[in-house]
Design a protein around this ligand. Structure first.
Ligand code: PLP
Length: 294
C-alpha cells in the first residue's frame, strides 16, 4: 500500500564521537508528512487484515494527542477507508483532534473511567455492534499484527548498511510505549534491542512484550520515563533542543527525545567502536501542543 524507504543516516553528535560510539538514525519520521513514524509499520498488517476481512475501515483508541490515531485518520483519509477514534477523557480541542476531524475520523470521548475499561473482555462489544463493518485495532496499533508489521525494519536497515560503510550493527535503541515496535524488532532478530521506556513501570508494558516475544528474546528495557508518561522537564527540553540543533534531526520530548537522552545516560555501557541503530519513531505532530518545543 505504501512503500517509502526510511533513510538511515549517521547521527552527528559530539558526545557520541567523544565516546567513539557510532549511531545511525532510521528516519521513520521521513516516510510521509502525515502517516509518519512507527505508526505506519504497526498499522500495515492491521490494514491487510481489514482488507482480508472485507471490513470498510478501522476503529481504535488513543488520547487527545495520539500519534497513532493521527496516523490512522490520515491513512483512512488518504487510502479511502472509514475511521473511528475512541478517545480518552472529555471533549477538548488540540491540534491533533482538529486534524482527526479534518481527516474525517468520527470521534467518541469515553471519559477517563470509560477509557480505563479498554482492556476489559467486553469492551469492544457495544462498539462492534454499533460499527459492525469496522475492524477494532487496540491502542497504539498494538498486538501481534502490529509487531509483525515492524519486522520489516530489519531489512530496511540491512539494505542501507553498505552505504554507511557498516558491515553490521550491534544493537537497536528505540523509545517504548506499548512495546509493540520493540517486539517486532526482537522477533526479526539481527541484533539486541534496547528499549527506552517512555512509560513508567507498572503499566503492563513488560508483560505485553513478553506476551508478544516469549521469554527468550534478546532485549532489555531501560527506564526513560523521567517519572511519568508525558512528563517533560528542563533537562530533557534543553538536551533535546541542543541535540536537534547539532544533528539537524527533529525530535519531540515524549518518545524520541527521552530515548536519546537515556542513550546518553547509558553510553558508558557501550565499548568504543559500538554501532547502534536509533529508530526515530516519529511523533513530531504531537509536538505542536507542547510549550517550549515550537
Ligand atoms: C513517537 C512514538 N514513538 C514511540 C512510540 C512507542 O511505540 P510502541 O507503542 O510500539 O512501543 C509511540 C507510541 O506508541 C510513539 O508515538
Amino acid at each position: 500500500m505504501f512503500t517509502a524507504v526510511p533513510p538511515l543516516q549517521p547521527l552527528a553528535l559530539g558526545w557520541l564521537s567523544a565516546a567513539c560510539v557510532q549511531v545511525a538514525v532510521l528516519r521513520l519520521d521521513l516516510i510521509d508528512p502525515l502517516i509518519s513514524g512507527n505508526k505506519w509499520y504497526k498499522l500495515s498488517e492491521h490494514l491487510h487484515h481489514m482488507e482480508a476481512l472485507g471490513a470498510s475501515g478501522v476503529m481504535s483508541l488513543g488520547g487527545a494527542h495520539s500519534n497513532h490515531l493521527h496516523a490512522l485518520a490520515a491513512a483512512g483519509h488518504r487510502l479511502g477507508f472509514e475511521t473511528v477514534g475512541l478517545l480518552r477523557g472529555h471533549p477538548q480541542v488540540t491540534p491533533t483532534v482538529t486534524d482527526l476531524q479534518a481527516f474525517g475520523m468520527a470521534l467518541h470521548w469515553l471519559g477517563y473511567g470509560g477509557y480505563r475499561q479498554r482492556h476489559d473482555p467486553g469492551f469492544w462489544a457495544p462498539w462492534q455492534a454499533r460499527y459492525p463493518h469496522l475492524l477494532a485495532v487496540p491502542e497504539g496499533g498494538g498486538a501481534e499484527a502490529g509487531a509483525r508489521g515492524c519486522q520489516v525494519l530489519l531489512d530496511l536497515v540491512r539494505g542501507q548498511l553498505p552505504a554507511l560503510g557498516w558491515d553490521g550493527f550491534d544493537g537497536w535503541w528505540l523509545a517504548v510505549g506499548t512495546g509493540t515496535t520493540l517486539a517486532g524488532l526482537v522477533l526479526a532478530g539481527g541484533a539486541p534491542v534496547y528499549g527506552a521506556m517512555a512509560v513508567p513501570e507498572g503499566h503492563g508494558v513488560a508483560e505485553n512484550i513478553s506476551a508478544l516475544v516469549g521469554k527468550a528474546g534478546d532485549y532489555e528495557l531501560v527506564d526513560a520515563s523521567r517519572g511519568g508518561f508525558a512528563r517533560v522537564d528542563d533537562e530533557l527540553l534543553e538536551f533535546m533542543l541542543a541535540a536537534e540543533a547539532e544533528s539537524g534531526v527533529p525530535l519531540e520530548p515524549l518518545y524520541t527525545g527521552k530515548a536519546l537522552l537515556t542513550l546518553r545516560h547509558n553510553l558508558h555501557r557501550f565499548a568504543p567502536g559500538t554501532r547502534l541503530v536509533f529508530v526515530h519513531t516519529g511523533g513530531l505532530q504531537g509536538r505542536r501542543a507542547m510549550p517550549g518545543c515550537r
